[in-house]
Write a protein that binds this ligand. Structure first.
Ligand code: SF4
Ligand code: SF4
Ligand code: SF4
Length: 319
């Protein structure tokens, strides 16, 4: 466990310098360690270290509170009618699942070790930041996007809350809040979905060379972030060291979040359902011919729609 002093020192150390430690390279090479044009950033989550304290959960909420919705009520009629109202605005303190106001939660899993010991593992769960994210490729409005450094995020200013990203996501990660977003301006009398929210891997902090809030806050150094090749090596070394297992190398074609567990992922017993993602094996969603075809058709339309959305937002801000 990190002492308070070493942890404070760690937090004061720049993201780039931290990357140097991960990579084992010189300080002079640190800046290029996180050159997003060269390699994506990947997070390693060592499940065996997590104590379930939820410091990361509250840090995430604090760091991203300014991005959360402040919906207008009463909500306009939903379109189509079968679309349910999804309102978490009065339940912002829920932390036992993903919601539009809680982008990271701690999943409890019971398991039995090789030695026969019954244990409970606590697993930080949030967007996996897939390498080839179907939420991005299949968003018809260009609201979901992937940055060069591999993170994916949803632009709340453009999203219309149609939930395609959630349907496309193998883990059902994005969560909808009704009564907020662009749709209120476009078709208030006829349409009504909201905005989809999920972990954006603290992209603004990363742009400034800082670490994501959940990583900064963790007292057990459960998460490590760095360039893909370094993190994959670290994950494999760690799995070998603990005789453990890896999740994320191949799931959905590979994700920019890699979990290492002391017990096999298919032997973990945990609650799943709305806002509580599974840890099953996942085929590469975008390898399916139908999704590839849809993505090719959508790409130019989504690009144009995003441009219109951005233009509208600009006009609104200037008005
Ligand atoms: S886990 Fe889901 S929401 Fe996150 S990048 Fe992958 S498809 Fe998108
Ligand atoms: S990376 Fe940022 S947005 Fe994502 S779970 Fe961590 S604190 Fe939340
Ligand atoms: S802060 Fe660290 S130890 Fe605490 S729940 Fe989050 S990942 Fe686990």
């Amino acid at each position: 466990m990190s002492s308070p002093i070493s942890r404070r020192h760690f937090l004061k150390t720049s993201f780039f310098a931290a990357g140097t430690a991960i990579a084992g390279t010189s300080t002079a090479k640190a800046a290029s360690t996180f050159d997003a044009d060269k390699e994506p950033l990947v997070t390693l989550i060592d499940i065996s270290r997590c104590i379930g304290c939820e410091e990361c959960v509250y840090a995430c909420q604090d760091a991203n509170a300014h991005k959360f919705a402040d919906p207008k009520k009463p909500f306009p009629k939903m379109y189509p009618d079968r679309v349910p109202v999804e309102d978490w605005s009065d339940r912002r303190n829920v932390t036992d699942r993903l919601t539009p106001y809680n982008w990271l939660y701690i999943q409890y899993a019971s398991a039995t070790t090789k030695e026969g010991e019954k244990i409970t593992l606590t697993i930080p769960r949030r967007c996996m930041h897939c390498q080839n994210p179907p939420c991005v490729k299949l968003c018809p409005w260009g609201a979901a996007k992937q940055e060069k450094n591999g993170l994916s995020r949803i632009d709340s200013q453009i999203c219309l809350g149609g939930s395609k990203c959630k349907k496309a996501c193998p883990w059902d990660i994005p969560q909808r809040q009704t009564g907020t977003g662009l749709y209120l301006d476009l078709l208030p009398a006829f349409a009504g979905n909201g905005v989809m929210y999920k972990c954006d891997r603290c992209y603004q902090k990363i742009e400034k060379g800082e670490q994501p809030a959940c990583i900064e806050a963790c007292p057990e150094d459960v998460q490590t972030i760095g360039k893909r090749s370094d993190i994959i090596k670290k994950a494999k070394d760690l799995a070998k060291e603990m005789d453990g297992y890896i999740y994320g190398l191949d799931e959905n074609g590979g994700t920019n979040t890699i979990y290492v567990s002391p017990v096999p992922f298919d032997q973990l017993v945990y609650d799943t359902g709305e806002g509580k993602p599974h840890m099953h094996p996942v085929e590469d969603t975008m390898a399916a011919g139908s999704n590839l075809a849809i993505a090719m058709v959508i790409a130019p339309i989504a690009g144009a729609a995003a441009a219109v959305g951005k233009y509208y937002r600009q006009m609104k801000e200037e008005a």
